[in-house]
Structure formats: C-alpha cells, structure tokens
Design a protein around this ligand. Structure first.
Ligand code: ZN
Ligand code: ZN
Length: 98
C-alpha cells in the first residue's frame, strides 16, 4: 500500500516536471538586424536603417581624437521577423461591423 503511494507520488512528480518542460518555450529571437540596429530603426517602405554608427577619428599623429556618429550604411533589415508581423488579423467586412 505504502509502496504504491510512493510510486504514484514519483509518477506525479515526473509528470509535473514534464509539464513544466513542455510549457517552457524557446525565447523569440530579438528582432535585431545584421547592422546591430533594432528592426524599429529600419524604414517600413524602403528598409533603410535610420540608426547611427560610431566611427573613430584619428588625428595626423595617429592618435585617437574622438568618436563621430555617421548614418548607418544598412539598406535593408535582415534580422529575424517577429511572429506578430507575419500574421495580420483579417479585416472586418461591412457585415462584420456592428
Ligand atoms: Zn540594418
Ligand atoms: Zn543600422
């Protein structure tokens, strides 16, 4: 009787762990482009990146003189697409609206 209860208890524990593992989804990849800028910085129409990149400035004595921010040369977002952007809800028709 006691042994049966222990086996049932172990079975419950294993089941619980399996359930937890199934619930754990892999994290959605961050929508970051190859240029290191977020997807939101890329133009919706032409895909041009509106971020800036830091460039090192060197003086004539070959010493670091500072940093300069120049527009990012990226022309198109190439990172992972978020799931929400791949699925668009169907538009309601005239009949669908109250
Ligand atoms: Zn980019
Ligand atoms: Zn960029």
């Amino acid at each position: 009787m006691a042994v049966g209860a222990v086996i049932a208890g172990v079975g419950l524990l294993i089941g619980e762990r399996r359930g937890r593992r199934r619930k754990a989804r892999p994290a959605e990849p961050k929508p970051v482009c190859g240029c290191t800028h977020h997807r939101a910085l890329h133009d919706v129409d032409d895909g041009i990146c509106h971020g800036t990149v830091a460039r090192q400035l060197w003086n004539d004595r070959n010493l670091l003189a500072g940093m300069e921010h120049v527009p990012c040369p990226c022309r198109r977002y190439v990172g992972p697409e978020p799931i929400s952007s791949l699925w668009t809800p169907p538009l309601l028709t005239e009949e669908g609206n109250p």
